[in-house]
Each structure stands twice: as structure tokens, then as C-alpha cells.
Ligand binder design. Structure first.
Ligand code: SF4
Length: 239
């Protein structure tokens, strides 16, 4: 473990701009690298491992410690896709927990085994489902991706983590695409088990108001607490 490497793109404190913890003071650790290919990706500068600076794991922990500010509500382990470097994320999440911090995993949940590996050190899970139109994976691999997402969702819930769902919606999406995901989710979990369901308009390729409301109405049939929440950091022009 001592000589494990980790590739980190950036570490900074800001206001959480997405999801159900919007507005909280958050330390972001952006891990480099992602195997997916969402066409609307908002972190194109962190998709390759080489977009990160290489650290030895103990060195990364010290750097993170130096960046922790008072009254930090949570530490957001994000990317890129944090599951790509899951062993390093495990070490860092465990370290954060030893300091009494709240850990939040922001992942596209593309691999349930990797997700389960990290899960013991995570307090809050954002489970992201991709629409088929996101182009996150090739069409023939889409069903497998959704199944991995579903497994991560079930595992987070059965381990009693604070868990919510997010789907990024673009101008290519429609209620039919979302319904396919919704049927699968709510066949496996009860509405009361999840802490929220966020539809996030993809920055720069937002759906029209008509599309957004139609998609909202579809989700509302399954989950009345659905919210459409844009990325506040984009609106405020902050990191
Ligand atoms: S999963 Fe996240 S980091 Fe990877 S391509 Fe999609 S939006 Fe970008």
C-alpha cells in the first residue's frame, strides 16, 4: 500500500453546485481518468490519467490534509471517474473517515465490484444513471452499464448509505429513454429508500423547457420528490 500511486487532477474547496447537498462547503478531490465518453462531459480536462499529477498515496493524504478548511460539510470524491483508481480512492476515503470527515462519492457507477470495494468508507452516494443518448458507452454495452448502476444502487442502500439518484438530461433525451431506467430502478427499490432524485440539465446542451417538464412528469409518476437542478457552479462561474 505504501508505494501506491494516485493521479489527482485538482483539490479545492468550493460550494457544492449539484445534487441534494447543493450549497454546502465542500472539499473536492478530482481524480484523473474516466473510461466513459458522455458527449456532454463537463470535465474534459480530467479524462485521462495523465490529466492528473502523480502522487505517492501518503503524499496525497498530506496534501489533502493541508487543504481541509474548517466547517467543511463533506469531501466530494469526484472525477473524471473515481472508480478508475478505486484502490487509491479506498485509501483516501479511509483516511478522511479517520479524521471524522463526511465522504461523498460522485460516480457514474460503471463497475459494482469497484464501488463495493470503496463503499465501507463512504457516507453519501450519488448514483448516476446515464441515458442511452449520453453516448457514455457504446450502444451494445448500455444495458450492462445500467445493470452495474442498479447493482451499485442496491449495494449502497443495503449498506444504509445516504443515497440519491442523478440523471443528466440533454436536448437528445425524452421521457421514453428515462422510463426504461425508471422501470428498472423502481422494480428493485422503494421510493422511500432514496434521499432524492435529481434531473440535471447538461450544461450547454440543455433540454428545452418542454422536454424538461415531460421528463419531470415521467419521473414524478415514480418519485414525487424529483427535482430539476442545474449546475450552480456554472451559473455562478465558480470552480
Ligand atoms: S462519466 Fe463523468 S467524467 Fe466520464 S465522460 Fe461522463 S461526465 Fe465525463
Amino acid at each position: 500500500m505504501k508505494y501506491m500511486k494516485v493521479y489527482i487532477n485538482e483539490i479545492f474547496t468550493s460550494i457544492e453546485g449539484e445534487g441534494i447537498y447543493l450549497g454546502t462547503k465542500t472539499l473536492f478531490i478530482r481524480f484523473a481518468g474516466c473510461p466513459l465518453k458522455c458527449f456532454w462531459c463537463d470535465t474534459p480536462y480530467a479524462l485521462s490519467l495523465s490529466d492528473g499529477k502523480e502522487y505517492e498515496i501518503e503524499e496525497a493524504k498530506k496534501l489533502i490534509d493541508k487543504n481541509i478548511m474548517t466547517n467543511t460539510f463533506k469531501v466530494n470524491l469526484t472525477g473524471g471517474e473515481p472508480l478508475l483508481q478505486y484502490k487509491a480512492v479506498y485509501e483516501i476515503a479511509k483516511h478522511l473517515k479517520s479524521k471524522g470527515l463526511t465522504t461523498y462519492l460522485e460516480s457514474s457507477c460503471y463497475d459494482a465490484n469497484r464501488f463495493d470495494y470503496i463503499l465501507p468508507w463512504i457516507d453519501i452516494c450519488k448514483i448516476e444513471f446515464k441515458t442511452n443518448n449520453s453516448n457514455a458507452v457504446r450502444k451494445e454495452n448500455y444495458e450492462k452499464l445500467v445493470n452495474e448502476n442498479l447493482q451499485c444502487l442496491e449495494d449502497a442502500l443495503s449498506n444504509k448509505k445516504i443515497t440519491y439518484i442523478k440523471i443528466v438530461i440533454s436536448n437528445k433525451d425524452n421521457p421514453k429513454d428515462i422510463k426504461i431506467i425508471l422501470d428498472k430502478i423502481f422494480k428493485r427499490v422503494d421510493e422511500e429508500m432514496i434521499y432524492g432524485f435529481v434531473l440535471q440539465p447538461a450544461y450547454g446542451v440543455e433540454p428545452s423547457m418542454k422536454q424538461m417538464l415531460e421528463i419531470y412528469d415521467e419521473v414524478y409518476k415514480y418519485y414525487r420528490g424529483v427535482r430539476i437542478i442545474p449546475q450552480i457552479q456554472k451559473v455562478m462561474n465558480i470552480p
